[in-house]
Design a protein around this ligand. Structure first.
Ligand code: ADP
Length: 537
């Protein structure tokens, strides 16, 4: 017997229509290349999304076409998200920090028809346009007076195109399972892999994100997570569905001063970003003596959060909450909030819990398994391969029938190694491919890195496994010193004593000018391993 409830499709269009009706006057503030403080409203951007849909129809787009964006976080990118997906095309957000050859691979693999590009990324496309096999033309995200000189063929100006169009557009009734957007993982091994989201998965993830982040219209959100990487962690949709004012940093993502300026000027209360971004903010605040009084909550994820960062944010009364997820998961999987009794724990123990990746959000299921595939207990001790499933987890990569990560029993192997404690708090200890196995036992490189990051002279730390005659592999600590600091190697290693298991302490530490990062701002262990290929204990 079926229930008697209405079967309305879960589409991004429904979020747009809702926000247009209920939160039409809610503000969107952006920094763009052509305007350092642009102000608009949900009502106005959704009108422009209608104009954009008319532009796309005139360009001859067909349902399901992939339309690419190469852009920073701002209101125009927001319009593209809705204008493209709600008219039945697929919004393919491309990460401009990828290597040019990866961009070529991605655009050709996705068969992108048009690319909407920020003026800043026009030179990048000029370099590779001859290799793009499906692109019919480029639309530059600016007005006529700011159009750059370019060798790109068939180039148009976004504002000029929009200006000629009507606001009204007959938004199609879409099947909720139709594809809405596409994002490629940065692919630390092999080619990047595409994750094709549907309207349904996006709406379900949006509802889960709204409750996970406890969003309400009194909130002002600053997404410092790029819109070119997993939909700015869903905030593009959540802000509209909950009526939160949005503040977009444009090209100023990693700029501590600009972020502090935006937070204070716009009274930002809630922000999201990777640890590197918040490090830039606290470093700026420490140097300038500034404050961020309106900011009460910050979600941090994408990489492990160092204790020193959490303490620094605490000193500004901004509650740092760790979240975990990945492109394949839309991205949210877990979020860290303390249970009532944990608030009474001694500070150190409280930090231990707060630094974990947190507990599952409703809608996602997870398990940890050993190398033989047997499920491990949630005891906080045993670490194993972390696997997930749920309606916003991808069931296959775009145009790839087989992948090692998609298991025959329907689970997805995240490539992370984790423990889960008796209260359900998951902690990432490593990536499967970065795991250090010393004498047959796993060492958590993340824990060693975090302990080293706690040293006042350390700006950044990374740990990789290097060959060892007796233990097969031992950890090597690689450190970037803080400016003007000159820590002693031995003292640094002794500093780790008592903070991690004794046998996890590396035998050696090397100082480098810079640690290589991936396009999503994470430490590139692959490049580090290449760099230290000759090193051996
Ligand atoms: P990429 O394209 O770099 O793979 P993703 O955002 O999809 O980008 O990366 C997801 C990965 O980032 C996770 O599988 C995990 O390894 C890491 N990650 C995400 N959140 C956390 C966290 N809170 N702590 C540690 N690692 C994290």
């Amino acid at each position: 017997m079926f229930g008697d409830m209405m079967d309305d499709a879960l589409t991004i269009t429904s979020i747009m229509k809702f926000a247009r009706q209920v939160y039409s006057n809610t503000e969107i503030v952006s920094i763009t290349a052509d305007n350092p403080s642009h102000r608009t409203t949900f009502g106005a951007v959704f009108d422009r999304a209608g104009q954009l849909a008319n532009v796309l129809a005139n360009l001859g787009c067909a349902q399901g076409d992939r339309i690419a964006t190469l852009a920073w976080n701002d209101y125009r990118h927001f319009e593209l998200y809705y204008g493209i997906s709600c008219s039945g095309y697929v919004c393919h957000t491309v990460n401009p920090r990828l290597f040019p050859e990866q961009i070529v691979y991605i655009a050709n693999h996705a068969e992108d028809q048009w690319i909407f590009v920020d003026p800043a990324f026009v030179p990048l496309l000029e370099q590779v346009q001859d290799q793009l096999t499906s692109v019919r033309g480029y639309i530059v995200l600016t007005d006529q007076s700011n159009m750059p000189e370019t060798t790109l063929t068939n180039t148009m100006c976004y504002e000029t195109l929009l200006a000629d169009q009507a606001v009204d557009y007959a938004w199609p009734e879409l099947d909720e399972n139709s594809a809405s957007s596409l994002c490629y993982t940065s692919g630390t091994t092999g080619n990047p892999k595409g994750v094709l989201y549907s309207h349904r998965s996006t709406v379900l993830h949006c509802m889960a994100a709204n409750t996970t982040a406890a969003l309400s219209p009194s909130e002002v959100i600053l997404p410092v997570v790029p819109m070119f990487h997993v939909n700015a962690w869903g905030m593009v949709y959540s802000a509209a569905a909950t009526g939160c004012k949005l503040v977009f940093p444009g090209p100023k993502m990693g700029d501590g001063e600009a972020l502090a300026g935006l937070i204070n000027a716009e009274k930002v209360s809630f922000a999201l970003g990777v640890p590197t971004v918040w490090l830039a903010l606290v470093n700026y605040l420490a140097e300038s003596g500034g404050s961020i009084d309106s900011l009460t909550r910050v979600l941090v994820g994408g990489a492990a959060c160092p204790l020193s960062l959490m303490k620094a944010m605490d000193s500004y009364n901004a509650d740092l909450q760790v979240v975990w997820g990945m492109t394949e998961m839309s991205p949210l999987g877990t979020c860290n909030t303390l249970l009532p009794w944990m608030h009474d724990l001694p500070e150190d123990e409280k930090y231990e819990y707060r630094l974990k990746a947190g507990r599952l959000i409703y809608g996602v299921d997870m398990r940890i398994v050993d190398e033989a595939g047997s499920e491990l207990a949630w005891d906080g001790e045993k670490s194993g391969q972390l696997q997930v499933r749920g309606p916003w987890v991808c069931k296959a990569y775009y145009k790839m029938e087989v992948s090692d990560a998609h298991l025959p029993d329907g689970w997805f192997d995240t490539g992370d190694v984790a423990t889960i404690d008796q209260y359900g708090y998951m902690a990432i200890t490593d990536r499967t491919k970065d795991v250090i196995k010393s004498g047959g036992e796993w060492i958590s490189s993340i824990d060693v890195e975090n302990a080293a990051m706690g040293h006042p002279d350390v700006a950044e730390a990374a740990v990789i496994g290097v060959p060892h005659p007796k233990w097969t592999e031992r950890p090597l600590l690689i450190v970037v010193k803080k400016p003007q600091a000159n820590p002693d190697k031995k003292a640094l290693l002794t500093f780790l004593d008592g903070k991690i298991a004794k046998w996890w302490i590396p035998e050696d530490c090397v100082f480098v000018e810079e640690i290589p990062h991936t396009a999503t701002g994470k430490v590139s262990k692959k490049d580090l391993r290449d760099q230290f290929r000759e090193y051996s204990y």
